[in-house]
Write a protein that binds this ligand. Structure first.
Ligand code: PMP
Ligand code: GLN
Length: 403
């Protein structure tokens, strides 16, 4: 470790998303690894950003965010989920990533424990560790059978046991990256009950709330006794297919918002002004149109196509209830680790995927699986399907067919 490197970052490597996207580029692989659309976002949203720049919305925004965007977030959550927040309870951040980081720094004291479901999105634990907190993991286990309602589950007793006197917060990501799990009402009710019982703060990462194919999204903040202890986090990047704009937000009651804004004002201070105006326009237009229903149809079509493609290659798949990711089972494929598989797939087959062991504190304990992203054009998925045929020969039950 270089002497100039602070101890708090010693444990962190390069994010798996940067690593796999770079490898995909190097080998001209079709990139189904890092989650981002390979198609254009809505034209009217792009035009709104251009208009905002030309209208000279080019100086610093107010630190908490452009008022019109904060109000649009309020209106969106009220309309979709009946959540009654005010614009003073919304803070615009640099994507959900800053929202998570600012929230963790704002509420976690050194030595506090933060409960994470494992697999956990890769930025959660580093955030907790940089705040001086200690991650406590509760495992999500993959379903045994392949069916459309087969869900990853956790042991309620393990969750109960994870809560203790040092627990400060729990991060709940629903729909869940990378598993595609949508937490059920009963699961969220248990989480809420434990949060109330132990006076714990809930950090609800809901960036895929508009991508649900089975079941429905239930914001944790809307459960009884949860509003006052929940920070709801979302990002317009997923919903409007503009991940590069990095416009995210938190919704939280005044004491939590106050704490978050104290971090936000000294980390980024404010987020790119014209893009905030454009996202306000996008949210407002979506409220009065069929945008979200069309987005869902669009993704459902791609989900079903990628599931067919992967099954055709011979993978056992876990159909995702939400998100734009699919996990496949790699057991019996002759690879020792998911990293080995994903590197082989990228360099030899020409398709990149994410090894989910990157979402585990102890990668060797991860189930042997790979994550594929379907936020792609149909042509991209079809091109990937063609390349994946080369892999089918390796599938144990098919090896004879191709021998
Ligand atoms: N949380 C989850 C679960 C995610 O998948 C992502 C990104 N894909 C983020 C947070 C970060 O979102 P953003 O790009 O808006 O920072
Ligand atoms: N969240 C995206 C994914 O899961 C990646 C975001 C990033 O690269 N930081 O693929």
């Amino acid at each position: 470790m270089h002497q100039y490197m602070a101890q708090r970052v010693h444990g962190f490597g390069t994010s798996i998303f940067s690593e796999m996207s770079a490898l995909a580029l190097e080998h001209q692989a079709i990139n189904l690894s890092q989650g981002f659309p390979d198609f254009a976002g809505p034209a009217h949203v792009k035009q709104a950003a251009i208009d905002a720049i030309l209208a000279d919305h080019n100086q610093y925004a107010p630190s908490p965010g452009v008022p019109a965007l904060r109000q649009a977030v309020v209106d969106t959550y009220r309309s979709a989920y009946g959540l009654a927040a005010s614009a003073n309870e919304v803070t615009i951040t640099c994507g959900a990533t800053e929202a998570l980081f600012a929230t963790i720094l704002a509420v976690v004291n050194p030595g506090d424990e933060v409960i994470l479901f494992e697999p956990a999105y890769d930025s959660y634990a580093p955030g907790v560790i940089m705040a001086g907190g200690v991650p406590r993991y509760v495992r999500l286990d993959p379903p045994q059978a392949e069916s459309d309602d087969a869900a990853w589950t956790f042991d309620p007793e393990a969750l109960r046991a994870a809560f203790g006197p040092k627990t400060r917060a729990i991060i709940v990501n629903t729909p869940h990256n990378p598993t595609g799990k949508v937490f059920s009402r009963a699961e969220l009710a248990l989480i809420a009950e434990l949060c109330r019982e132990h006076d714990v703060i809930a950090i609800a990462d809901e960036v895929y709330d508009r991508m649900i194919y089975v079941g429905e999204h239930l914001p944790l903040a809307t459960l009884p006794g949860m509003w006052e202890r929940t920070v709801t986090i979302n990002s317009t990047g997923k919903t409007f297919s503009m991940t590069g704009w990095k416009i995210g937000y938190t919704i939280a009651p005044p004491p939590l918002t106050d704490a978050i804004r104290r971090v936000h004002q000294f980390s980024t201070f404010a987020i790119a002004t014209p893009f905030q105006h454009a996202m306000a326009a996008a949210l407002n237009a979506a409220l009065h149109s069929s945008y979200y229903a069309e987005l869902l149809d669009f993704y459902r079509q791609r989900r079903d196509l990628l599931l067919d493609v992967l099954r055709d290659v011979g993978f056992a798949v876990v159909p995702p209830a939400g998100t734009y990711f699919v996990m496949v089972d790699l057991r019996d494929w002759g690879f020792a680790t998911d990293v080995e598989f994903c590197r082989h797939l990228t360099t030899e087959i020409g398709v990149a995927a994410i090894p989910p062991s990157a979402f585990y504190v102890e990668p060797t304990t991860a189930p042997l699986m790979a994550r594929f992203c379907f936020a792609k054009q149909i042509a991209t998925l079809q091109a990937a399907a063609e390349r994946l045929q080369k892999l089918a020969a390796r599938q144990p039950s098919r090896a004879g067919e191709h021998a």
